[in-house]
Each structure stands twice: as C-alpha cells, then as structure tokens.
Design a protein around this ligand. Sequence first.
Ligand SMILES: NC(=O)c1ccc[n+]([C@@H]2O[C@H](COP(=O)([O-])OP(=O)(O)OC[C@H]3O[C@@H](n4cnc5c(N)ncnc54)[C@H](OP(=O)(O)O)[C@@H]3O)[C@@H](O)[C@H]2O)c1
Length: 267
Amino acid sequence: MERAMSTTSSVVITGASSGIGRALALALAARGHSLCLLARRPAPLEQLAEALRRQYPGHPVRVFAGDLACREARQVVVAALSEHFLQRRLSLDALVHCAGLGTPAADLIDWQPDDLESALQLNAVAPLALIRALIPFLPIDREPARLVLVGAGIDRRVQPGTGSYGISKMALRRLFEQLNQELISYRARVALFQPGQVDTPGLRQHIDAARNRQLPHAAYLQSRLDEGDALSAEAAAKALMALLRQVPIDDFAGEQWHARQLADAFE
Ligand SMILES: NC(=O)c1ccc[n+]([C@@H]2O[C@H](COP(=O)([O-])OP(=O)(O)OC[C@H]3O[C@@H](n4cnc5c(N)ncnc54)[C@H](OP(=O)(O)O)[C@@H]3O)[C@@H](O)[C@H]2O)c1
C-alpha cells in the first residue's frame, strides 16, 4: 500500500540537478509531492522546478542553490530551507541526501587533502546539518519522516585513487548508524540506500576522471555501462520511490536497502 501525501508536507532532495536526485524529483512530483530541490547550480534546478510547476500546478517546488560542501554557503541554504518550512508551516515528509562527491586521485601524491575535506563536508557534514535544521518540522500527526542517505558500495572496497570518495561514504554509513540511534525519540527514521552502478552524468564524469588518471576501475565501470549492466537514473529513482512510499516504516528504519533489491520486491 502506498503512503498518502499532503501539500502541507514537503520532500527535500539534495543533488536534485542531475542523475538520481533529478529523476527522483520528477517521480515524486508526478505523485503530487511538494518538493525542496537542492544542488550547487541554480540554472538546472530552476529549469527543473519550472517544468514541474507547469506540469503539476498546485504542488509547490522550491529551489535552494548553494554549495553544501562549503560551510558558509551551506549555512545560507540551511537557514533558507528552515525559513521556508517555518513560513509555509510545512512538515517534513522525507529527506533524500543524493548529493555526492569524491574526486579520484592518480596516486598518494595526487590525493589532495582538500578533496577529502570537501567530500566529508558534502557526504557526512551536510546531511547532519540539514537533518538537525529540519527537526522542528518533523510530523506530529502522521508517520515519522523518512531520511534516506545515499551511500556507495565502494565505502568498504578499497581501490586505488578512491580515498576521498570511499572514506567519506564510509563516514556517511557511520552517520546513518549513529542517526539510527539518535533519532529514536524523534518522529523520523533513517535508512541507507545503495544505488549500485547507475548511468548518470556523475558516473560518466567519474569514469572520465578515473581514466585520465589511469585508474583500473575506470575500465571496469565503462565495460558495465557498455554491456548495459548499470541501472538507469529512472530505475534508481523508482527504487527510491518504493523505499519512500511502499516499504513499511518499521522495515525502513535502520536498514540498508539496495536499488536492485527494491526493484525486485516492488516490481
Ligand atoms: N551513479 C552511480 O553509479 C552511483 C553509485 C553509487 C553511489 N552513487 C551515489 O548516488 C548519488 C547521486 O549520484 P549521481 O550518479 O546521480 O551523480 P550526479 O549525476 O553527479 O548528481 C550529483 C548531484 O549532487 C549535486 N552536488 C554535487 N556536489 C554538490 C555540492 N558540493 N553541493 C550541493 N550539491 C552538490 C550535483 O549538483 P550540482 O553539480 O549542481 O551541485 C548533482 O545534482 C551520489 O551520492 C553518489 O555518490 C552513485
């Protein structure tokens, strides 16, 4: 059974300008959800929001552009998002942290500590900042809000050149485990979503960057793309939709979910 939606509640999606986050925004808007869309680049966010407003009038879509890996910019975004919830008297239906980053490095000398810092900021600090800011807007009279952190299978698979990405996704996994404890007395539950390989602009950029640095995993990822083994962004979004709308809250809470597992279970 699918959960009901309400125009007095909203779903927050980070990384909504591209790939999985964008596909999720399209899928949620089609089901009548009000949306708050976050990413760095305002232009693709505004284009998406305009298209959704035209196609689904009556379901507000708001854009909050800013670099979530930069402390000052993140504070501005978080403050604007809180103010929006306050002014509109919204409650939080769900937050999906799709924005993700982790520049590959050719070797230890090429591995910039600043890259690791940015990746940790985006993949672990930003979701904590957003979730803390949204606590006053957790639902009172409905089932708890669903918080989904998008992880990556590479967190526990050490491969050359993937330190910033892997370490920060490991931090995100630990954040998920910690939040699962910390949220017990709040009206919110958290899950970890593992997309597997998904054909997105981000993945293609990552493959190019890894190939330029002669990293071995570039060829593997490219071959899986060529063989059609990667999910589409739409299929990954469909799996997220099932996680947000169909998985019972007690099953959702504190669990790791794989896109293919959800696709098989909720065909
Ligand atoms: N695709 C895969 O195969 C795969 C596999 C495992 C895990 N994942 C994870 O899935 C998530 C989505 O990935 P994707 O493949 O859809 O990537 P994508 O197409 O590159 O999308 C990433 C999104 O994150 C936003 N973003 C990046 N840096 C940001 C920052 N500093 N502040 C705010 N927003 C930022 C980007 O928008 P702007 O550029 O406008 O900021 C974009 O909307 C990521 O967390 C990724 O790690 C993907």
